[in-house]
Design a protein around this ligand. Structure first.
Ligand code: NAG
Ligand code: NAG
Ligand code: NAG
Length: 422
């Protein structure tokens, strides 16, 4: 009897430890999957088959001081401090109707508001409060497209809200799943669009012969036609990716299988891990963006990896993000690696091809500090008004609107205004 209990406890302990390491990426993917369909509010527990990369085994090791980010412009906007700011956000839940319900922290009853009163102060320069009117004037007659996953959509909706103050845009197109949306600002003839492509490269599915396991199959050297084919005539592409690469997948290059991430022994493929896959995919994005996208002669901005802030557990082991002031959590090595891959690959491509039409919107460090900026339980309306025992999904990955994600757009607007002005 005793031994049985001890055994059970031991195996439970082992199970917990394993789960803990799998939990962080699993949480992110689960939430990203959830946002596949923005209207899906029912959170069902299901097995998602996502694990850590085999080469990575230290989710919780933190770098006490992040490695210095590379300086890619005249003034490095990515390095700085969040300083208190008394000015209220430029929009709120009453003035902007483009806030997705799950990111409407004000409307969902988040009790603290201190998180709205910070501004990013880069060392050596200022990010000015966005002048939405000046931005729209600069962008007159232009087309700007966001490409990416639900975090890209989160950022696009923040920009819509910032610009909405000047003029209400019309929704000129939306796909049935609402993943593609076109907005038009008539007085400025400015078009803002979003295209869904969570991997940026071509994806399909792969079923292991003689097993019923199905995986994502990624062609790491081919851009996803879903967005590429829509980019003709686009002046600015704002592109990003990240967390979807934590998913179990098989990888191809030149039409040949080159390995996988957690595909199991039956697949007969080498475990190469997601870091190497992400590196190859990002290289493809930087190389091909200026060559293979038909009729695209505009500029591209790559938004760097957006870290999550689940603490004390994963998405279904009680992981939360209850902080109400910035800071307190150092970046994980895994998150920093994703950023490292993006910055090094851009430098390499620039050295090889002089790709000066691509720039980085380097938000990883400033977003890392904003542990207070996520909806947490307030992705749901008044979560604590209901039965306290009810379980609801906590979101420590996407960002409240208004919130620190607005700063990404202030940086973007400032950078573009400098770039686009004649
Ligand atoms: C984690 O990685 C280190 C260095 O690669 C290795 O020495 C160690 O055995 C690994 N630990 C586990 C639990 O796999
Ligand atoms: C906006 O948020 C405030 C503060 O939480 C709340 O009182 C108000 O009802 C909300 N308005 C809408 C339209 O959701
Ligand atoms: C995979 O590709 C298809 C076709 O391009 C696209 O519709 C789908 O959204 C992609 N899946 C993800 C997860 O990005």
């Amino acid at each position: 009897m005793t031994t049985l209990i001890q055994k059970a406890l031991r195996s439970r302990k082992v199970w917990c430890a394993c789960f803990f390491f799998a939990a962080l990426p699993a949480a992110m993917i689960r939430i990203l999957l959830l946002f596949n369909n923005p209207d899906s509010s029912n959170f069902k527990k299901q097995s998602v088959g996502i694990f850590m990369a085999p080469e990575y085994n230290a989710t919780n090791t933190v770098l006490s001081t992040p490695p210095p980010a590379r300086k890619l412009g005249k003034c490095d906007l990515s390095q700085g401090d969040w300083v208190p700011d008394h000015a209220p956000p430029v929009y709120n839940n009453e003035t902007c109707r483009h806030i997705q319900a799950t990111q409407d922290c004000l409307g969902n009853g988040r009790p603290d508001s201190h998180y709205l009163y910070w501004k990013w102060k880069p060392r050596g320069c200022e990010v000015l409060r966005s002048d939405a009117e000046a931005f729209l004037r600069t962008m007159r007659g232009q087309k700007m497209a966001f490409v990416g996953d639900s975090i890209a959509r989160n950022q696009m909706q923040s920009l819509l809200c910032i610009l909405n103050k000047v003029e209400k845009p019309t929704n000129t197109f939306h796909s049935s799943d609402d993943k593609t949306n076109h907005w038009f600002f008539p007085s400025y003839s400015f078009t803002l669009t979003i295209y869904w492509s969570s991997f940026l490269v071509k994806n399909s599915t792969y079923t292991i012969p003689d097993a019923d396991n199905t995986f994502v199959q990624l062609d790491l050297d081919i851009l996803d036609p879903a967005w590429v084919e829509s980019m003709a005539g686009t002046d600015v592409i704002v592109i990003s990716s990240g967390q979807w690469y934590f998913k179990a997948a098989v990888y191809r290059e030149g039409g040949q299988f080159i390995g996988c991430h957690h595909c199991g022994a039956k697949a007969g493929l080498k475990q190469v891990g997601f870091f190497s896959a992400y590196r190859r995919a990002i290289r493809t994005v930087f190389r091909e963006l200026l060559q293979s996208v038909p009729a695209f002669d505009g500029v591209a901005v790559f938004r760097t990896f957006a870290p999550d802030h689940f603490e004390n557990g994963g998405w279904d082991t009680g992981g939360t993000c209850p902080r109400t002031v910035p800071g307190g959590v150092a970046i994980t090595e895994m998150n920093w690696m994703m950023h490292e891959i993006e910055t090094t690959e851009l430098e390499k491509v620039r050295a090889e091809m002089g790709a000066n039409r691509i720039s980085l919107l380097d938000i990883t460090e400033l977003a890392q500090i904003r542990t207070d900026g996520h909806p947490g339980p307030y992705r749901n309306p008044y979560p604590y008004a209901k039965d306290a025992k009810e379980k609801f999904q906590i979101d420590c990955l996407h960002w409240c609107l208004p919130g620190p994600i607005d700063t990404w757009n202030e940086m973007l607007m400032e950078t573009l205004q400098q770039q686009m002005q004649p």
